[in-house]
Design a protein around this ligand. Structure first.
Ligand code: HXC
Ligand code: NAP
Length: 292
């Protein structure tokens, strides 16, 4: 057993339908593939029709389970309603939602136009609100104890420069998660949780956030105590657990999966890792001299 292996093997999602926004690429595709392998009826959606139909077919061929691909934009409420309606038509019921679609890029904030800022907020925050609200209303009306998993990141609570629209949006998504976990948990038995990944290589994130010129000077793995980036299967394992009934008592939680990255860079003295053993010896000698 190792962290790149699937955690569950039984069909724990047999008969359950889960919508994954941004499910055509990257982490969304990896989570969708694993949920499908575990028996779920998976619905994937994002803007590019060709990506969605190709991925739906590829996952279905791999797992032997039906996957519905519907092109759509999380910012457009009519598109969100269409995906929900088509999911119910195809599979009868929706049981889970993973808000994974995102937009992001690096830039000094003062260089951004208001449209650039709004673009990311529209996808990450408003898109998550749109899907959560529409799916939630459907669950409430039909007395279905649904479950939502929001994909945030650790700068949702630390904040960060250079991807400020994303930081503002992810912070909002985290607030939504905790707020509705209480409001809808108590009244409707709807669970809301989040995961906060550190760096996991995907084309979407790497091309935009760690382009080659940046990567030469700034290797994301070096910022991480465990000295490696994440493997898609370990995130898929965590997502499957949080969407399953094994986590039925977890509600309103955000689970970090980052090899210790944010704590390392948050702790004031962690940068002392650059001090060598010889330098520590020298400091100890100076201390004992001072004592004498
Ligand atoms: C500055 C930019 C920009 C950039 C776009 N804009 N890219 N400004 N730097 N790199 C500006 C445009 O000039 C425009 O403003 C406005 O943003 C909208 O641009 P559009 O291209 O019309 O937007 P849209 O088609 O909606 O595309 C959205 C997008 C794009 C966010 C800009 O990158 C996208 O489609 N991304 C989807 C996938 C993605 O981002 N994946 C990465 C997620 S990774 P003006 O004023 O000129 O009209 C992630 C990881 C987090 O979140 C943590 C990692 C550790
Ligand atoms: P990705 O492959 O670029 O995934 C983003 C997806 O969102 C794409 O499939 C994209 O498809 C879709 N999308 C963007 N705008 C959309 C819109 N308006 N409507 C519908 N779908 C839209 O990047 P990723 O790395 O897998 O990111 C997945 C999630 O993980 C994101 O929430 C991201 O913030 C989070 N995350 C990633 C990392 C990492 O290191 N990779 C770390 C922390 C958090 P279209 O362009 O076809 O619409």
């Amino acid at each position: 057993m190792d962290h790149t292996k699937p955690m569950f093997t039984e069909k724990i999602f047999e008969g359950k339908t889960i919508i994954v926004t941004g499910g055509g690429t990257g982490l969304g595709r990896s989570m969708s593939t694993y949920l499908s392998r575990l028996g779920a009826n998976v619905v994937i959606t994002s803007r590019r029709e060709s990506v969605i139909s190709e991925t739906a077919q590829a996952i279905s061929d791999e797992t032997g389970h039906a996957v519905l691909g519907v092109a759509g934009d999380v910012r457009e409420i009519e598109s969100v309603r269409e995906v929900i309606t088509k999911s119910i038509e195809k599979f009868g019921q929706i049981d889970g939602l993973i808000n994974n679609a995102a937009g992001n890029f690096i830039s000094p904030t003062e260089r951004l136009s208001h449209r650039a800022f709004q673009s990311v907020i529209g996808i990450v925050l408003n898109g998550t609100i749109n899907y959560t609200l529409e799916t939630g209303k459907y669950w409430i009306e039909n007395k279905i104890p649904g479950s939502v998993l929001n994909i945030v990141t650790t700068y949702a609570w630390t904040g960060t420069g250079y991807t400020v629209p994303s930081a503002c949006s992810k912070a909002g998504v985290l607030a939504l998660t905790r707020s509705l976990a209480v409001e809808w948990g108590r009244k409707y038995n709807i669970r809301m949780n989040a995961v906060a990944p550190g760096p996991f290589p995907t084309k979407g994130a790497w091309d935009r956030l760690f382009p080659e010129e940046v990567r030469k000077a700034f290797d994301p793995a070096q910022r991480i105590p465990l000295r490696r980036v994440g493997d898609h299967q370990e995130l898929a394992n965590l997502a499957a657990y949080l969407m399953s009934d094994y986590s039925a008592y977890i509600n309103g939680e955000v689970i970090t999966i980052d090899g210790g990255e944010w704590l390392e860079n948050g702790g004031q003295f962690n940068a002392f890792r650059v001090i060598s053993d010889e330098q520590w010896d020298l400091l100890a000698q100076m201390r004992s001299k001072q004592k004498k």
